[in-house]
Design a protein around this ligand. Structure first.
Ligand code: DX5
Ligand code: ZN
Length: 240
């Protein structure tokens, strides 16, 4: 394993160890790009562990967002691990440039690749953490055969494509089933949830077994985003 590989993974994992096993990953999708540097400094000071970066290609999902250039800009502006969620077809086209731009985690959709195992291994070879996810209508069984190799399993609790959507209630039992699948596979993957996470939904996801929480609208529309990060975390740890 190269030094670069060790550094990317260590940075992401050290941040994990900081607080009680709860990771809060604010989503860049809801940030104000007019004051990006200020917002990223605020999130870091506010105790966020990761920064979630939603990459959309207008094909896999009906929306277009960021490419390598924005990842590179974020890499310069913050020390937070960059958790890149690829909502794109042919995700493998972007692995090299995104890891080169500073991505710490690359998460791909099972619907976007017929060769999940190959792509997971390729991400790890490049030195990033490898994540897999699926749309709400797709079964978690689609990741069973690679579960042991994953660094992260993401349960989508909205249909991907947009921030600010309503949490799909059935996601809670899906998280619990994902937790069981990871345990059965003796996988040490983190279990992340993304979409509609707020003070109303975070604790039930934590109780079901999630440890990493993406939140866009809840954090960025709050009067005090730093207090919101702390509140989301406290709603989990208070019940630990
Ligand atoms: C949706 C994205 C999410 C989104 C979450 O496609 O994957 O990361 O930014 O936003 P909220 O927390 O507003 O639902
Ligand atoms: Zn996302």
């Amino acid at each position: 394993m190269s030094t670069i590989m060790n550094t990317a993974i260590d940075t992401a994992m050290n941040a994990d160890a900081r607080r009680d096993g709860v990771r809060i990953a604010p989503s860049l999708l809801s940030a104000d790009f007019g004051k990006l540097a200020e917002d990223l400094a605020m999130l870091e000071a506010g105790g966020a562990e990761w920064l979630h970066v939603d990459v959309m290609d207008g094909v896999f999902v009906p929306n277009l967002t960021f490419g390598a250039k924005v990842i590179e800009t974020c890499r310069k502006l913050t020390k937070l691990p960059l958790d890149v969620h690829l909502m794109v077809v042919e995700p493998e086209k972007y692995f090299d440039s995104f890891v080169g731009a500073g991505a710490s985690v690359l998460t791909i959709h099972v619907e976007a690749t017929p060769h999940l195992h190959r792509q997971v291994m390729r991400i790890k070879e490049l030195g990033a953490m490898a994540g897999a996810t699926m749309n709400p209508s797709t079964s978690i069984e689609t990741v069973r055969e690679v579960a042991h190799d994953l660094d992260l399993l993401l349960i989508m609790s909205v249909n991907p494509g947009f921030g600010g959507q309503k949490f799909i209630p059935g996601s809670v039992s899906k998280i619990a089933r994902a937790r069981a699948l990871l345990d059965e596979s003796r996988s040490s993957a983190l279990l992340q949830v993304d979409g509609g996470i707020s003070r109303q939904t975070v604790a039930q996801c934590w109780r079901a077994g999630a440890d990493t929480f993406v939140a866009g609208n809840a954090i960025f529309s709050a009067k005090d985003p730093r207090a919101e990060i702390a509140a989301l975390r406290a709603l989990c740890t208070e019940q630990a």
